[in-house]
Each structure stands twice: as C-alpha cells, then as structure tokens.
Design a protein around this ligand. Structure first.
Ligand code: PAF
Length: 294
C-alpha cells in the first residue's frame, strides 16, 4: 500500500516510502505493458526538476520521481546539513505536474544495515577532475545511490539534467559497467531569465549575490564566442577565471574538457566536443554550470 494518495486538481499521485509496496505497484504497471521513466532527485524541487518529470511523462506511461538526500555523496557534513529540504512543497509540485509515483525513502530503506549495497565503482580519470577533484568520494556516492535506486525502480529510462554534466557522464559509465539496459536521457539546463542555471542552492543566495550570479552564464557565453573565434582553451580559461573573480565570488575551476573523457583539452580540435565546466563560490554557496562550446 502506498502511504499516501494525493489528489490535486485532476491529478492523483502515489507516495511510497518503502520498497516492497513500490515494487508491487510497478509490477502491475509492467503487466499493463506500461513503460517506466525515472527521475531521481534530492528534493528542493524547482522548474528544472519538473521539466525532467514532464519530459519523462511524454515518453512513458508511468513516471517515478524519487526524493532522497543521499548522505554517501556528501564529502562535507555541513553541506549535507545545509542541503535545502522542502518535502511538502515538493510533493505539491510533483502532484501538480501529474507525476504518478513519488518514492521518498528513509536512509535505512536505501541502505539497510543487513544488505551489502554495491559501492565499489571505479571511474578512472572521469572522477579525478573538476567536481571529483574538489569533492572526493562524491561521484562514488552518486553512482552507488543511482545504481541502488535503479535496482529498486527498474525503469526503462533515467532522466538527468545537463547542469550536472560530469554526473551524467559518471552515471553513463556506471550503466556501462553494470551492463544496464536503462536508457540515459540528458535534458538541457533550465535557466532563470538572466541566465543563472536553476539549482536548489540558488535559494541560499542573498539578493546581491543572486543578481551578480548571472556572471556565470555570461562568462560561459563569452567562452563559447571565444571558442568560435579559435582562442585556445588556455586563453579562454584565463579570461573566464578573471571574469568570474568579482566581489563575493570565487571561481574554483573553469575547465574546457573533452565532453566524453572529461579531460582538459589543449586545443579545440575536430572530432571532440568541447565543454566548458565551472564551479564558483558565491559567498558560501557553491554554484556549478557548463556549456557545450560547439
Ligand atoms: O543530482 C542529484 O540531485 C543527485 O546527485 C542524484 C542524481 C539524485 C543522486 O543522489
């Protein structure tokens, strides 16, 4: 039994906290030949997440969204504690867009003490750069939880946002390593009117930082123009780091990488998809963004 059946307007949404009843429900969906699309999230939902749900709903009869703040992907306990949690608002938003199933498990349900959950992933150089270099262990935690959630939900397709480009590539590699048949769908980043990428962390920006945070998208756009004008990755990087270094902001990295291997590119050569990826501190809020440069 779901623990809740929510009705908002004409939409019903089933809310599960336990694996067994969720799987029982999904088995019936499969018997009706319905395909399942899955959107994993950590909650504090915004329009970016809802767009993933809407996209999944266009392609699947049954869409499952999960809300689970995964402790194993936080290398910093303060970051975990400060992570925004807005469960009631999230439930309302999901029901309003017509999401059919919400899975909201506790930590003990995802990581039961008596079950060994696979965590021995190895990503070579993919997780040694950028987010991986600054957040040790982060991607192993992401791979662990996404793999675990996929085992539970067993969807046909998994929807993730391009804003976390490196995360998408890690999950792609994890799916290859586990011989998974799940289709990974990367959806474009949703932005505010001034270009700031939607993120659960944006609510922590004060008015001044929020206004100045548009510098991140502007810098990425300028990087794209420089790439078109054949500037070298090194020159683009030097420009970007300087441009992002405004009062209240501190760029942590700005890299131009091969979109597949995520390794820094020395030149913008044919055949490789260059992606500019950046992480910037706005006071104590860490913002990331990226742009495919061709
Ligand atoms: O991007 C996120 O919100 C999380 O890393 C994910 C994919 C839900 C795994 O916890």
């Amino acid at each position: 039994m779901p623990i809740g059946l929510l009705k908002l307007g004409f939409n019903f949404m089933f809310l599960f906290k336990k694996i067994a009843p969720l799987q029982y429900y999904l088995k019936a969906e499969r018997q009706r030949k319905n395909t399942i699309g899955f959107v994993p999230t950590m909650g504090a939902l915004h329009e970016g997440h809802l767009t993933l749900v809407r996209q999944a709903m266009q392609q699947h009869e049954c869409v499952v969204c999960s809300i689970f703040v995964n402790p194993t992907q936080f290398n910093d306990t303060t970051d975990l504690e400060k992570y925004p949690r807005t469960p009631l608002k999230d439930i309302e938003l999901l029901a309003k867009v017509g999401c059919q199933v919400l899975f909201m498990p506790d930590v003990s349900e995802v990581y039961p003490a008596d079950v060994k959950i696979k965590s021995d992933f190895s990503f070579g150089n993919l997780d040694k750069v950028m987010e991986g270099a600054f957040r040790p262990g982060h991607f192993k935690g992401v791979a662990q939880v996404v793999n675990r959630l996929l085992e539970i939900v067993q969807p046909e397709a998994l929807y993730m946002g391009q804003k976390d480009y490196q995360q998408v590539k890690i999950v792609e590699e994890m799916l290859t390593q586990t011989h998974s048949k799940v289709q990974l769908v990367m959806c474009s980043t949703l932005r505010e009117a001034d270009g700031l990428a939607l993120s659960s962390r944006n609510v922590r920006l004060n008015a001044e930082l929020r206004s100045n945070a548009k510098i991140i998208h502007q810098t990425l756009l300028q990087a794209k123009e420089m790439a078109v004008d054949h500037f070298s990755p090194k020159d683009i990087q030097a420009f970007a780091i300087k441009n992002l270094d405004i009062p209240g902001f501190r760029p942590e990295y700005f890299e131009i990488v091969d979109g597949q291997t995520l390794q820094p590119l020395e030149r913008l050569s044919n055949g490789k998809v260059p992606v500019a990826c950046t992480a910037v501190w706005a006071d104590d809020v860490r913002l990331i963004d990226n742009m495919i440069l061709i």
